[in-house]
Ligand binder design. Structure first.
Ligand code: HEC
Length: 449
């Protein structure tokens, strides 16, 4: 081959090399699937995100902040360490996805071929889960701007077309800033027991903690003949950032009568300086079958089955560590966990050690964030055998360097003895939802089809 022929021979390879190196700019065609999958369910009207990310122009307008928030992993919010344990719906971007978004912004946030941009997903406007079977409105509540935290109890009667079953009750509020938590129970009435159900009071501003029995009396929940409705505890819960769960068919569903009520033993509003309203509602999703396996809920730590050592008193200007643990008397299948701390939480770690010494990772949150308190559901049921010990370690930062410290200068922060937990008090809990173990559970997916 002479010299000239040799170059002609090389030419196609050189061309390939040049084309390969001068990459085409990243366009929205490649970025849209990442945004729609990881961001849009919150960034749409009526949901928590402060603006929508549902179209090219939505994203182009926010391109610089999108780049910043994904690079720093501020968005999507996912405080759990995704290298430690996996959960359903986990929200984190791979390094490749982060790079793709950043390159898109650096390349000028171009649209690309509009025909190739996928359509944004279809969402139901007033729910994170889809279209509910029934919407039950809570009594609108006026929150006075007097800088006081409030602990409200409510009775919310509702009627179903017939006796049936419920899969999930999702709490939705228009006042995400002030609703700190909700804990609701279900009351099932027989027709003759409804004599007082629709009589006031519906709302009580409770300054002190009521026992359930007292709330029956104070909210007029008992029938004229003195009989009480059937009670199912903790059917609906809400914490900042949380999404309601729906387990696969047959797990964790419960019965609901035609005549029923929600008893919010606790709806906790934070303090504010401005008068405002909360108009909350509950989305109810029915199940067509009775529960095959009702779930059990227990918590370690504050108000739970295990003590905290040392007692939860966080000294001013200190970073203190607390522990709690429990040994299982039976095999369980763990479905969901909810780690809970308040403002000065710094990190949270839970794991189990089996009798043979093996460790089962449960959750690690390296940087606690009060705003994102998910109920983390395992991808498949997590078996923890009889005799295993669950260990929970919580670190609290009560120094002036903690920007979330509610007090300056720092002062002692503790778990209150009895009474209500204010946001500025502390808590240390691992809430667990589980089933008694059955053979093969570890292969059962908790993902809804
Ligand atoms: C679980 C709900 C949720 C998800 C998922 C989510 N966001 Fe957000 N996002 C929020 C909320 C709430 C805020 C307001 C946060 C605040 O003010 O502290 C926010 C704020 C932002 C901001 C503004 C930050 C600022 O400082 O102004 C950007 C940009 C953003 N999100 C982008 C994204 C992107 C990109 C994704 C996906 C990769 C995403 N978000 C996923 C709820 C969410």
């Amino acid at each position: 081959m002479n010299k000239c022929n040799f170059y002609i021979f090389l030419l196609p390879f050189l061309c390939l090399l040049v084309v390969g190196c001068s990459k085409a700019p990243v366009t929205f065609v490649e970025v849209a699937p990442i945004i729609y999958k990881n961001c849009s369910n919150c960034h749409r009207p009526n949901q928590s995100g402060p603006f929508s990310l549902l179209s090219y122009s939505d994203c182009r307008n926010k391109a610089a902040t999108i780049k910043y928030t994904v690079e720093t992993r501020f968005m999507p919010p996912w405080p759990a360490d995704y290298t430690y344990q996996h959960y359903i719906g986990e929200k984190y971007l791979t390094v490749a996805e982060i790079n793709r978004i950043c390159n898109w912004v650096d390349d000028g946030a171009l649209m690309g071929d509009s025909d190739k941009i996928p359509a944004p997903p279809h969402f139901y406007a007033h729910s994170m889960l889809g279209k509910p079977d029934l919407v039950v409105k809570a009594t609108p509540f006026f929150i006075k701007g007097d800088k006081h935290e409030r602990f409200i109890m409510m009775k919310i009667p509702f009627e179903n077309v017939a006796d049936t079953f419920i899969r999930a009750i999702e709490f939705v509020t228009n006042n995400k800033k002030l609703v700190h938590h909700v804990n609701g129970h279900l009351l099932n009435y027989l027709p003759h027991q409804t004599t007082n159900l629709y009589k006031p009071p519906f709302v009580i501003d409770r300054d002190t903690a009521y026992e359930i029995a007292e709330s029956f009396h104070n909210l007029n929940l008992t029938a004229n003949d003195g009989s009480e409705p059937a009670f199912i505890g903790s059917v609906t819960n809400y914490l900042p950032g949380m999404e309601t769960l729906i387990f696969p068919d047959g797990i964790g569903t419960y019965k609901v009568n035609k005549h029923a009520a929600l008893l919010l033993r606790d709806i906790h509003y934070g303090a504010t300086t401005v008068d405002t309203w909360d108009s909350s509602y509950f989305n109810i999703f029915y199940a067509d079958k009775p529960p095959k396996r009702p779930t059990i809920e227990r918590q370690l730590g504050t108000l739970g089955i295990s003590q905290i050592t040392p007692p939860l008193v966080v000294r001013p200007n200190k970073i203190d560590t607390f522990r709690t643990q429990a040994t299982l008397p039976v095999d369980i299948s763990l479905l969901t966990i909810n780690p809970h701390m308040h403002l000065i939480g710094k990190s949270f770690w839970a794991y189990a050690v089996k009798p043979n010494g093996d460790t089962i990772p449960i959750i690690r949150i390296p940087k606690w964030d009060f705003r994102w308190q998910y109920f983390y559901t395992f991808k498949t049921m997590l078996k923890i055998p009889k005799g295993a010990t669950i260990y929970v370690v919580g670190v609290y930062d009560n120094t002036a360097n903690n920007p979330n410290n509610p007090f300056y200068p720092p002062r002692e922060i503790r778990e209150p003895v009895g009474g209500n937990m204010k946001t500025t008090d502390e808590m240390f809990q691992l809430i667990m939802t589980y089933l008694p173990y059955q053979k093969g559970d570890e292969n059962i997916s908790l993902q809804n089809p």
